[in-house]
Design a protein around this ligand. Sequence first.
Ligand SMILES: C[S@@+](CC[C@H](N)C(=O)[O-])C[C@H]1O[C@@H](n2cnc3c(N)ncnc32)[C@H](O)[C@@H]1O
Length: 175
Amino acid sequence: MSLRSTIKKHVALPWPLLYIYRKVYYAPKDIPAALGFIFSGTKSPTTFGQRLALVGKFYKISYYVDCPHTEHEMISITRQILDLAQRCRRDCRGGSFHGGSTTKLSLVAALCDRQLEVFDSFAGMPENAESHGKSIYGREHHFPKGSHAVPFEEVKGNVARYAMHRDRIFIKDSQ
Ligand SMILES: C[S@@+](CC[C@H](N)C(=O)[O-])C[C@H]1O[C@@H](n2cnc3c(N)ncnc32)[C@H](O)[C@@H]1O
């Protein structure tokens, strides 16, 4: 067992420390992605201040809502959305979990005047036999049936709390 997973198994870190651990662990990828995004333009026009504020909000949302995606992953998605042709008016995503990425993408949608549609069964993962490699703690990633199920009301609550553009988000039960 690696040092990271031994620590994770035996030491129950309080959330603020776990958050700092995650951010430090991913800093070598997150910080260049964030700086690259902040200091370069996008096809849908955004200002330096808007990009800086967006990255700041991503970090804040990750603190308050459990977000499985890293900041550099979200920044990469953000850049692709902001570089889409202006005629695309809607972004869709499947799977909200707690609503962290949904909240972040709602801010991106607002920046380029789009709407965001989110689909989830709110029943968690279906039966599957996929391999997902290892987590940052050195353990195998498992997505057993029913895991990642978060009730609709909780997702809506998180979005209501942290998204500044709730009128642009449509969350749908896809079951
Ligand atoms: C691993 S989480 C996704 C996390 C998400 N990408 C994020 O950034 O927070 C998987 C989510 O997809 C949903 N889901 C999985 N399979 C689904 C399916 N076949 N139809 C609808 N929702 C599904 C689950 O309920 C869960 O909310």
